[in-house]
Ligand binder design. Structure first.
Ligand code: THU
Length: 120
């Protein structure tokens, strides 16, 4: 699975996003070390702050299916990850974050996206 292929899966997933308020559809695809791919979408709510980002949706699905930090090889997303999602991605120990920014497909390490991060 190339990073481009993973990003294509994120793009395909975005079609299922529930974003009636922003109309901004986001898809994410998590590549697990065992080769499985788990997708997620943004899920908005009339009470706006309760909305869920696509990356957290995908990571939460992976956890519900038994994954833990360290099991994630890469995550692709159709938007630049927000600050909160960068913290989540860092916790799951992904090697690569693949995302579109300014028309380019970027590949970054989580610690590049969130340097000097909070740790317990
Ligand atoms: N969004 C994501 O799904 N992921 C991000 O990292 C950035 C923002 C969603 C949240 C909201 O539903 C919409 O994009 C507009 O902010």
């Amino acid at each position: 699975m190339t990073d481009q292929d993973l990003h294509e899966q994120a793009k395909a997933a975005a079609a299922c996003a529930y974003a009636p308020y922003s109309k901004f559809l986001v898809g994410a695809a998590v590549l697990l070390r065992d080769g499985r791919v788990v997708t997620g979408v943004n899920v908005e709510n009339a009470s706006y702050p309760l909305g869920m980002c696509a990356e957290r949706c995908a990571l939460a699905r992976a956890v519900a299916e038994g994954s833990r930090p360290g099991d994630v090889e890469a995550i692709a997303v159709t938007a630049s990850p927000c600050g909160g999602c960068r913290q989540w991605i860092l916790e799951f120990g992904a090697e690569r974050v693949v995302f579109m920014h300014a028309g380019k497909l970027l590949v970054r390490r989580p610690d590049e996206l969130l340097p000097d991060s909070f740790q317990l």
